[in-house]
Design a protein around this ligand. Structure first.
Ligand SMILES: [Zn+2]
Length: 422
């Protein structure tokens, strides 16, 4: 590309490398956990190379790479600033006391939906402050609910409409990590976390190891989407009941209805229970985390399916976790330590009904001082036959069940479909 072409794209012609410590301090102050937005300061990323930033990485999580492609293809002016007219949240969220505790929220910006309200002066000064959270409304149409194939719900005209559609408030959240806080959650040193993040991304973010003054990192990973059923203000009203499901992404089941796991049935069951709670003057919340295939990704997940179904003795519950570990080197990398941040952000201090059997999710939520009343398991009649392998293995591994925990000898008897059986 010629200099003229670069200039026409509003890109600097020289490359700014940050591979050596500069001793620079960011000109934009940021005090994570400060008592209010003005004292906290805006999160500002570095898309222009002008050094006027206080965070490593960029907005949009993994989609930042597509943004780069759009710039490279000449389809996007890199100097474009978002016009945020009419983009304000449709529901009032916070501030809550948890926002000013640097240890309670470490993986998202609690002011991420309020940047126009809180940081208009900085935006007017030309600083590129962008939202990392958006709050909107939606109407859901789920075949299981519309056609009433699962549990019958009565329409009420507000939460559940005559058409079978469900009214929700939905919130998209991008990851914004406060590195000292993330390190603390995992009980490791911040310097160690920075170094390993740098190394394991092929040296993608050199600022992680050269700019220890920059404490914020926007990692190139998926975020979370929240679905609120009923009045969002009830989330912090302890006189109202709260039903909550925390769900980790499983595209194959959630979207396509693949029958090897219980993800979509449990998600839909969670949504139905949330609707029911909202209809009883309480509120429901589904947290959908982009952590495909236990955060190992879909390729690893499908490799494991093959390994499970082709192993000696066929797909069986007693070897369920072992096969994942053989392929991935680890059983699970979802690490629920950061998950409760969204609950803290919403100001939640108790969950009356927790629609999850995961002991890891339960432990992570209660470790944050959030009380959990009842734990709700997936009804047996909603478990697909081929998913019995997963369900029995998880129960034996410590997942919550009100029923019997399977014995090791029984696990070997729970079999899935053979790879030739499709
Ligand atoms: Zn699944």
């Amino acid at each position: 590309m010629s200099e003229d072409q670069a200039a026409s794209l509003n890109r600097p012609r020289h490359i700014v490398l940050n591979s050596h410590p500069t001793g620079d301090q960011s000109p934009i102050e940021l005090n994570w956990g400060a008592v209010n937005a003005a004292d906290r300061g805006p999160v500002v990323t570095n898309l222009t190379g002008d050094g006027c930033h206080n965070a490593i990485g960029t907005h949009s999580g993994s989609y930042s790479i597509y943004r780069a492609l759009a710039v490279a293809a000449g389809a996007l002016d890199p100097s474009h600033r978002p016009d945020l007219t009419n983009t304000a949240p449709v529901a009032h969220i916070g501030p809550h006391p948890q926002w000013s505790d640097a240890s309670r929220i470490v993986s998202m910006d609690p002011y991420g939906h309020l940047v126009v309200q809180c940081f208009q002066d900085q935006i007017d000064d030309g600083i590129d402050v962008r939202p990392s959270i958006a709050v909107t409304r939606a109407r859901l149409s789920l075949p299981e609910v519309v056609h009433g194939r699962q549990q019958s719900l009565q329409t009420d005209g507000q939460v559940l409409l005559e058409s079978g559609e469900i009214n929700v408030t939905k919130i998209a959240i991008e990851p914004v990590w406060y590195l000292p806080g993330v390190a603390e959650r995992f009980r490791i040193k911040e310097s160690e976390l920075r170094r390993i993040l740098f190394e394991q991304t092929g040296g993608m973010f050199s600022d992680l190891v050269t700019r220890s003054d920059l404490k914020i990192f926007l990692p190139p990973i998926g975020g979370a989407t929240l679905y609120i059923f009923g009045n969002p203000e009830y989330l912090t009203d302890n006189s109202r009941r709260l039903t909550c499901r925390v769900h980790d992404e499983c595209n194959g089941s959630d979207v396509f209805g693949s029958d090897i796991c219980t993800c979509r049935p449990y998600l839909v069951h969670g949504i139905e229970e949330c609707v029911r709670e909202a209809q009883n003057d309480g509120v429901g919340l589904v947290v959908y985390n982009r952590k495909e295939g236990r955060a190992l990704g879909e390729v690893t997940k499908f490799l494991v399916y093959n390994a499970r179904k082709r192993q000696d003795g066929g797909d069986r519950a007693d070897a369920y976790f072992e096969r994942t570990e053989c392929v991935a080197g680890v059983q699970d990398v979802r690490f629920q330590e950061l998950m409760p941040d969204v609950l803290n952000w919403l100001g939640i201090s108790r969950i009356d009904r927790f629609i999850s059997m995961s002991n890891m999710k339960y432990d992570a939520v209660t470790a944050q001082g959030i009380d959990i009343g009842q734990r709700v398991s997936l009804p047996d009649d909603l478990i697909p036959e081929d998913a019995q392998v997963e369900m029995e293995a998880k129960k034996a591994a410590g997942y919550y069940t009100p029923g019997e925990v399977p014995e090791i000898d029984d696990l070997a008897k729970t079999r899935g479909r053979h790879i030739e059986g499709y």
